[in-house]
Each structure stands twice: as structure tokens, then as C-alpha cells.
Design a protein around this ligand. Structure first.
Ligand SMILES: [Zn+2]
Length: 868
């Protein structure tokens, strides 16, 4: 699954529930399901009939399986030549049903036949209803624990079985499922037909998929594997890029894993409403439209990268997740971390000009953003209830695991890593595995202690900080490295008993990197020349933060241009974490950022722009009434304005992607953070032209223009944006450009209109991101939070338990102790069990920010006095 909301960096010290509270009792194993569904899109219900072939290890009179929101009609259990009707007793809280018969069922094979009805719900989970183009669709999303809403089942990932699926649907509709279609029979009445799909290979229930509607497909193939990208009929023209990407990616993974794509055909379907970004159902991947569809002429670099990387993530899952599946949800990182890490590999080969290694470095910083909190979690965290399981889909499972895998790959080498992965996948194909199975196989295949490295990062929470100190004697230096857990909230050093086993690569001067495996709290390494610049994360492949001594840092900053772009990205990250935790004063960071203003790497500009905006909002913003806020803005204009002018606005459509992306970041930085009136006026002119003719702006710059124009935009401009959001558009990218820009208006009346729009008219899948966008803007933050509190029940009902953590997480953008008290009190009165850890993390982020604001106020004021 790919999460939908980038800012949803989720958080709760795990409150361990009674062991196995919601696991099925042992003794019954499903072997094969035969499923038949008759969805009624008008009445939003469905009828279901199923037969589950099972094996019993011992004789019994009752069988327990999972079911939620299912009305059982008739249940018959057949075994040993005898069929008996079963009595059903429901346990809605545990989402289980127990089927009891009067005569003992013998050990061995049995079959359970169930007829039932269910609800096509509007909560985007299980079997649900979706709407677009004045009609309804039936869609599924089973991960993590919602297959039980579509069919009574043994709904745990280790219960793999084969599936025969058929659907009785309206005569004019089509259906797509995991297997290839094997028959299409008219009837049973003239208004329906019945579509049957081939038996699937062994797979988990959470990977079952069905879609019903008027979907149309663009067809391609790779090495005789049929691949289709499907959409509603109006959007078929936008499917070409995803098909091209998928064809290349299947070929890449066939080669990389040395295991041919194992599921026959591959369908990829964009659906109108979807809770996640995308879902890797076996051979029937479902997507939110905005991550699948791209205008062949006018897509931005971001959209093309999103489409390619999300298809790649989901296709990688066909091996990592679908072919080999974790035994239980605590090892979800084996799915999500691997798919995240793998996703950029085919892109690197296909589009080298995209420089995806910079996206990798950026992803590592995203993981750190969560992992520097006390309330982060271990990569492998116990989870028993559906709420606990759903909260595991966070930046730790995805981005942190991916970062750890990049570190391991740099340590063992690409070929050895690939050999280890291939051996692991071959060994566990069509089965299940745990973390130990992976790293044992890796250690065997590579001959290196990958097991020790992986275990320390998977089972210890948080991120290490390396303190690097050099001393000099007789012309050579020795490097003393100490490691401890980094916690952003704590300026002081905290005792931390943790020690990681971590590969670390240093570069000194222009020498080649030296790599060591550190496994003690303090270690000394013989260095190079005394005056060499030492960088402690060569190639930015390590998952740690580096704290340099002041003289070492000065040398490094002066030599920043000699580092590679990825290394500069991680140096900016290291220094930011030092500032956030008040280990270093903020002036050094601001000077480093200023010195990189003309850097030609787009990721560096977007990274520092985001952190300067944060600084402007939360530090300088606090000094309103003094000239300091204006001085900060004026520094931004003076330092970055000329770079933006040199790039030009709107700039040439022929500029390469890096230039276009830098232009977009600098436009927001100078126009919003720098509050530059001229840039704001120019953005408004460009926005007006764009509204009349989208061809007037390069696609990669368009969103930034619309955002900056909105900042001081009036009701007339708001109306024009809103009209674009309300009129049906066949192009999701264009729709979301205007939709997201609604959050950038500063006029309270317009902010209120956007909030009302979110509640009344936005699709439920989009409410969290719109409210998150508003909470991220200082002008809208308080108003939005008041609205959320006043309308909480309505919002909760609209977005549902799966989406609500995005709103809880958005409160993490506050920065005062009063706000943290308020957030804490509100959620104490309105508990959200699906966002327990997320809430703790949001509160810690608020408090960390408030502490930083106090600690950096003086250094910032001193620096502002000094800047020219
Ligand atoms: Zn995934």
C-alpha cells in the first residue's frame, strides 16, 4: 500500500493489548475460497455466497472466523460425508463469528458454505461504493483487516489460500479481479451478466480485489505478460504514461529478482475514491487517480515522478508482499520498507535525469522527522487490534526501513544485496516470512553480519547521532566517534543505553571513503591529514545524524560545494537537526542555507526553502512588533530574490526539470517566506493568464504560481479557483492544483469558505490533506483548528477511522505549550482509537517546536542584528 498523505508522519508508546486478543484460534486452516458476489450499486448492498475449504487439526464442534458488518443467512458445514447447518454467534467487537454445529466435525478436510449479505459502505474500506460521472462504482480495499467486511474469512496474512471469484453485475458494467477473466455469461436475468475469474495462486485475504463499473483499459505487455492500465472512460487518455512505466518496471523486476512476474496478467486501475495512495492487490493494483493519471502533454515533473514511483512501489510489492508475505503485521516493514526502497531502482535506470538518489536522501530526512521523537516506534512493533495495525503504516515502516536498506546495500554491495534478496524470495515464495528469515538469509548470502545490523535497527527505536571529534598528532588525525540516541526535544545529552551496529563511511579531504562497522558507544579510528575536511556520511547512505565539532563544521561548510549533491542534502539535514534540538545555534544553519542559494540542485533548494519557511513562521513570526520579522524577510529577498530573477518568471518552457523545480521552490520562498510584493503581483498576473490558458505556464511551476497568487488573493480570485474545483475535470493534476491552492488564501472569510467546502463537498479521501494544508499555513491555523473542534463529529463521520489520523497529525504544526494543552484536552474528550500514537507524536512535535522557539530566540535575534 502506498500512503496518500506525505505529511502524515504519524505516533503512542505502544499500549500492548492482551496478547492475541484479536487473533483467530488455532486448529483451522483455509485452503481454498469460492466466492460469488452480487453487488447492487443502487441500493448500496451486496449478496454473497462462499465456500471455504479448510483443514482441521482436531475434531471440533465450532469454527471461528472473521466477519464484520456481515448479515449471515445460512451456514452449512460439510465433512466426512455429512452436512450440518451451523448456528452463528457474532462477536462484533472482535470482528469474529463462531459457527457451531451439533455433531462433531472430524479432523481433516471440511467445507463451510455461507450465504450472506453485506453493505457497500461509504468509508472506503472492505467492499465499498464510489461515485463519479453521475454513477456509482463498487471497489475494494482489504488491507489491513477489511476483507472480513466483504466475505467471512480467516483474515490474517499467514492464512494463504487460493481463490475462485465470480461476480453477477449489471449488463452494461465490467468487473476486474485478481485472476484473468475466464468467462462472461449473460443472465441469470436480462439485466445482468456473470463474470468469472481464474483461480489465483496462494495469497493472503488482504490482497483480494474487485472493481465493478464502466472501466476501460489501455493494453500493453512485457515479455508476454499482459499489462493493462484502466480508468473511468473519460480518463483513458491519461493512462499512457503509467502503462509505459509499468512495462519497464515489470521487465526490470523480472531481471532484478531473477523470478519472473508470478501472477500471469497485471491490471492497474485508477478509481474515483480510494483511501490509500495505491494498493498492491495481487495482479489487480488499485490507485487513487492522481497517482496514476498524467496528461501526455502537460504533466509536471512531480506528477510524472509520483506516477512512476507509485506504480514501481506497487509492482515491487507483487514480489515483496504478495509472493512472500509477512507472517504477522508487526513485520509490515518487510512489505512497505522494501517496496519503498525498491521503487526508485527502475526509475534510476529509466529516467537517470530525474536524479532519484536525491529523492532517496530526502526520504531519509522524512524518516528522521518522525524518528527524532521520543514517541517514535521500533520498526517492528507489536500490534494486535485493527487500530494498532492500521497505525503501523507510517514513515517508520516506509521511509525508515527504506533508509536502513540503503545503508545495508551500500555496506554489502549491490550485487550481494540482490543475491541475498533473490535467495530469500525463492525460499519463501507463496509463503510467509518474518524479519529473522530475511536477515538470516541475507547474512548467509553475503557473508557479512547483516543480521546484526538489521536487528539493531529493526528492534531499537529512534535514530543514532554520531558525535565526531578529531584530534591531531604528528600530522595524522584520529577520529573519535560516539553514538547515542538522538531526541529532538532534548538539548542536553540524555543517557541512552542503546548501541547500534552500523556501517559508517567517512571521506577525508579528497580521499576515497573509508567504511567501518561501529558497534560500541565510543570508538576511535585513525584518520587522514590533520587539516582535511571530514564528512561522516559518504554518499549519504547511512541512517544517522552527524554532530560535528565547531571547527570541523566550519571547514565542512566552507567546502560544501565539494560535496556531492546528495551529501549536501544530508549535511543540511544534519545541521537542521542540531538546530531543532538546540545543540547548535540557528545562525550556522542560516549561513549555510544562504551560501547554497544558487545551488543548482532542486532538492537542496526545496529542502532549505521548507526549513526557512518554518523558521520564518515560527521564530521570526513570534517577533511581530519588532523589526526582526521584516529583517528576516528582507534577508530572504536579498539572498534568494536575485537567484529567482536570474532564472526568470515564468521562464522558458524548454528549461530542464531541475531549473523548473528550483524556480518553483524559489518562487514560494521569495513570494511567501520573503513576502516579496513584486513577486506576489507577478504571480497573480501569471495566475490570471493561466486561468485563461494553461499553456502559458510550465507545468512544474504552475502550482507554485497559484499558491503565491492566493496568499493575498481576494474573493474574485478565490471564486475562479473554486470554479475549477467544482467543475468536473478529466485531469486530476489540474484539479488538485486548484484544490490545494484553496488552502493558501489568507483572508479569514475565504479560509472559512474552504473549511466549509472541505466538510460539505470535498471527497472524503481529500479532506485530511486539505485540512492539513490549512493547518500548515500560519494565517489559517487557528481558524482551522477551531473549525475542526466545532465540527468534529461531522468530520469524523465523513472521513472515517482510517482517514482521521491525517487530521490528528495536522495539529503537530502548532508551536506553543498552550496549543499542546488544548490538543491534548480536546482528544482526551474526543478519543480517536485509530490515531493513538499519531496523537502522541503530534503533541511531541508541538512541544519540541515550542522549546526550539524559546532556545533559538536569542541566537536568531543576534544573527538578525548582524545580517547586512
Ligand atoms: Zn506499499
Amino acid at each position: 500500500m502506498r500512503r496518500s498523505i506525505a505529511v502524515w508522519v504519524a505516533a503512542l508508546c505502544l499500549i500492548a493489548s492482551p496478547a492475541d486478543a484479536q487473533r483467530l484460534p488455532p486448529g483451522v486452516t483455509p485452503v481454498h475460497y469460492t466466492l460469488w458476489f452480487a453487488p447492487d450499486l443502487e441500493k448500496q448492498v451486496f449478496r454473497g455466497r462462499e465456500t471455504i475449504d479448510v483443514r482441521l487439526t482436531a475434531a471440533t464442534r465450532s469454527i471461528t472466523l472473521n466477519a464484520a458488518e456481515i448479515a449471515f443467512d445460512r451456514v452449512t458445514i460439510t465433512a466426512g460425508g455429512r452436512s450440518q447447518d451451523a448456528r452463528v454467534s457474532l462477536d462484533p467487537k472482535a470482528e469474529m463469528a463462531t459457527l457451531t454445529v451439533s455433531q462433531t466435525i472430524p479432523a481433516g478436510a471440511a467445507s463451510i458454505a455461507i450465504s450472506y449479505t453485506g453493505v457497500l459502505n461509504d468509508k472506503l474500506r472492505g467492499f465499498y461504493i464510489s461515485s463519479a460521472n453521475n454513477r456509482s462504482y463498487a471497489i475494494t480495499q482489504m488491507e489491513a483487516t477489511d476483507a472480513r467486511r466483504a466475505f467471512p474469512s480467516f483474515d490474517e496474512p499467514a492464512f494463504k489460500a487460493t481463490f475462485d471469484i465470480s461476480l453477477m453485475i449489471d449488463a452494461g458494467d465490467t468487473a476486474i479481479s485478481n485472476g484473468r477473466q475466464t468467462s462472461d455469461t449473460p443472465g441469470p436475468d436480462p439485466r445482468t451478466h456473470t463474470v468469472t475469474f481464474a483461480t489465483t495462486p496462494r495469497m493472503s485475504t488482504y490482497l483480494v480485489a474487485m472493481v465493478v463499473g464502466d472501466f476501460v483499459c489501455r493494453e500493453g505487455r512485457t515479455e508476454d505478460i499482459p499489462i493493462r492500465v484502466c480508468s473511468t472512460p473519460d480518463k483513458l487518455r491519461l493512462t499512457g504514461f503509467a502503462l509505459e512505466a509499468a512495462e519497464q518496471q515489470v521487465a526490470f523486476f523480472n531481471r532484478y529478482f531473477g523470478i519472473r512476474y508470478p501472477f500471469g496478467k497485471l491490471d492497474i486501475i485508477g478509481v474515483p475514491d480510494f483511501s490509500a495512495g495505491a494498493m498492491e492487490n495481487t495482479a489487480a493494483i488499485l490507485f487513487r487517480e492522481q497517482y496514476l493519471l498524467a496528461d501526455p502533454e502537460r504533466a509536471s515533473l512531480k506528477t510524472l515522478k509520483d506516477v512512476a514511483s507509485v506504480t514501481s512501489h506497487e509492482i515491487a510489492h507483487q514480489w515483496f508482499g504478495d509472493l512472500v508475505t509477512m507472517k504477522w503485521w508487526d513485520d509490515i516493514w518487510l512489505n512497505e520498507g522494501f517496496a519503498t526502497w525498491m521503487a526508485n531502482k527502475p526509475l534510476d535506470e529509466w529516467k537517470p535525469e530525474w536524479r532519484v538518489e536525491l529523492d532517496d536522501a530526502d526520504e531519509t530526512q522524512q524518516a528522521l522527522g518522525l524518528d527524532v521523537l521520543r514517541s517514535t516506534r521500533r520498526i517492528r512493533t507489536p500490534a494486535e487490534t485493527p487500530d494498532e495495525i492500521n497505525e503501523l503504516f507510517d514513515a517508520i515502516a516506509y521511509e525508515k526501513t527504506a533508509a536502513v536498506l540503503r545503508m545495508v546495500e551500500a555496506y554489502v554491495g549491490r550485487d550481494a544485496m540482490r543475491a541475498g534478496i533473490a535467495a530469500y524470495l525463492r525460499k519463501y515464495s507463496f509463503g510467509n516470512a518474518a524479519g529473522e528469515d530475511f536477515w538470516t538469509e541475507m547474512a548467509r548470502a553475503t557473508g557479512k553480519p547483516v543480521d546484526r545490523v538489521m536487528k539493531s535497527f529493526v528492534d531499537e527505536p529512534g535514530a543514532p547521532v554520531l558525535s565526531v571529534r578529531t584530534s591531531c598528532s604528528a600530522g595524522t588525525s584520529s577520529i573519535t566517534v560516539s553514538q547515542q540516541r538522538f531526541i529532538a526535544a532534548s538539548g542536553a545529552v540524555e543517557p541512552s543505553p542503546q548501541t547500534w551496529v552500523m556501517p559508517v563511511c567517512f571521506t577525508a579531504g579528497n580521499g576515497t571513503p573509508r567504511c567501518e562497522v561501529l558497534d560500541r558507544p565510543i570508538q576511535t579510528i585513525e584518520g587522514a591529514g590533520c587539516n582535511d575536511t571530514l564528512f561522516a556520511n559518504a554518499g549519504s547512505r547511512g541512517y544517522y545524524i552527524t554532530d560535528y565539532a565547531p571547527d570541523g563544521l566550519r571547514r565542512l561548510m566552507a567546502a560544501a560545494s565539494t560535496l556531492s549533491p546528495v551529501e549536501r542534502t544530508s549535511l543540511l539535514g544534519d545541521e537542521w537537526w542540531m538546530v531543532r534540538s538546540a545543540r547548535h545555534d540557528i545562525d550556522g544553519y542560516l549561513e549555510l542555507a544562504g551560501s547554497l542559494a544558487a545551488d543548482d540542485t532542486a532538492t537542496i533548494i526545496s529542502t532549505l526553502a521548507a526549513r526557512l519557511d518554518f523558521t520564518g513562521d515560527l521564530i521570526a513570526g513570534d517577533l511581530t512588533g519588532s523589526p526582526q520579522r521584516e529583517r528576516f524577510q528582507s534577508w530572504i529577498r536579498a539572498r534568494f530574490g536575485p537567484v529567482l530573477s536570474a532564472l526568470g518568471l515564468p521562464g522558458s518552457q524548454d528549461d530542464d526539470d531541475q531549473r523548473q523545480s528550483r524556480r518553483a521552490s524559489l518562487l514560494r520562498l521569495v513570494g511567501v517566506t520573503g513576502n516579496d510584493g513584486n513577486v506576489q503581483r507577478l504571480a497573480r498576473d501569471l495566475a490570471m493568464r493561466y486561468l485563461d490558458d494553461p499553456a502559458t505556464l510550465p507545468p512544474t511551476v504552475a502550482a507554485a504560481v497559484l499558491n503565491v497568487a492566493a496568499l493575498h488573493g481576494d474573493a474574485a480570485l478565490y471564486e475562479r479557483y473554486l470554479a475549477r474545483v467544482q467543475k468536473p475535470s478529466d485531469n486530476p493534476e489540474e484539479y488538485y492544483r486548484f484544490f490545494n491552492a484553496l488552502a493558501w488564501f489568507s483572508d479569514p472569510v475565504l479560509i472559512r469558505r474552504t473549511l466549509d467546502f472541505a466538510l460539505a463537498s470535498a471527497r472524503s479521501q481529500d479532506v485530511g490533506s486539505l485540512i492539513g494544508g490549512l493547518m500548515g499555513r500560519p494565517a489559517a491555523r487557528d481558524l482551522s483548528w477551531s473549525f475542526v473542534k466545532a465540527q468534529w463529529q461531522k468530520l469524523f463521520n465523513k472521513v472515517g477511522a482510517i482517514q482521521v489520523p491525517a487530521i490528528v497529525s495536522a495539529t503537530g504544526s502548532f508551536c506553543s505549550l498552550d496549543a499542546s494543552t488544548d490538543v491534548r484536552q480536546f482528544f482526551a474528550q474526543n478519543p480517536v482509537s485509530s490515531a493513538a500514537r499519531t496523537l502522541q507524536q503530534a503533541i511531541e512535535r508541538i512541544e519540541t517546536c515550542a522549546a526550539m522557539r524559546v532556545r533559538q530566540a536569542q541566537p536568531l535575534a543576534r544573527w538578525l542584528e548582524r545580517v547586512p
